[in-house]
Design a protein. Structure first.
Length: 153
C-alpha cells in the first residue's frame, strides 16, 4: 500500500520514472511477502511432520521400555531357573542324596539284624504267656489228681 501511494504521488508530480520504480518495489515487496507466506506454510507443514515423527519416536521409546522390562524379567527368570537346574545337577546335591541313600541302607541293615534276633528267640511277652499256660496246666493236673484220689476212696 505504501508503494502504491508513492507511485500515485510520483504520477501526480509528473514523475513517471519514480512511479515506475515505486510500482517495481511494490511488486518486489508483494513477491517477497508471498515467498515468506509460502515459506511459513512449508515450515508449518514441516513442523507438523516433525511433531508426528516425534510422537512416533515417543511411542517406539515407550514400547522399547516395556520390552526392556519384559526382557529383564525374562532374564531374571531364566537365571533363576538355570541356578535351580545347576543346583539339582550339582555334585553337592548328588553327594547329599548319596549319603542319605547310604544312611537309609544302614538303617535297613540294622532293622534286618533286629528282626533276625527276634526270629530266633521268643519275646518276653511270649515267655510269660508260656509260663502262665504251664501254671494252668499244672493246676488242672493237680485238680485231676485230687479228683481221682477222691474217687478211689
Amino acid at each position: 500500500e505504501q508503494w502504491q501511494a508513492k507511485a500515485e504521488l510520483a504520477l501526480n508530480k509528473d514523475r513517471e520514472d519514480l512511479a515506475r520504480a515505486a510500482l517495481m518495489e511494490k511488486k518486489k515487496s508483494s513477491e517477497s511477502a508471498q515467498a515468506l507466506v509460502d515459506e511459513l506454510a512449508h515450515t508449518d507443514e514441516h513442523l507438523s511432520k516433525l511433531q508426528g515423527e516425534i510422537s512416533q519416536l515417543q511411542d517406539k521409546l515407550s514400547d522399547a521400555k516395556v520390552r526392556q522390562k519384559a526382557i529383564v524379567i525374562r532374564e531374571k527368570s531364566a537365571s533363576s531357573r538355570l541356578k535351580v537346574k545347576e543346583n539339582i545337577h550339582s555334585t553337592r546335591v548328588n553327594d547329599a542324596l548319596s549319603r542319605f541313600d547310604h544312611y537309609e541302607r544302614k538303617v535297613d541293615d540294622i532293622e534286618a539284624e533286629i528282626e533276625s534276633y527276634d526270629l530266633g528267640s521268643k519275646s518276653l511277652a511270649d515267655e510269660i504267656a508260656d509260663l502262665e499256660s504251664d501254671d494252668k496246666v499244672d493246676d488242672e493236673l493237680a485238680q485231676l489228681k485230687a479228683k481221682m484220689k477222691n474217687n478211689q476212696k
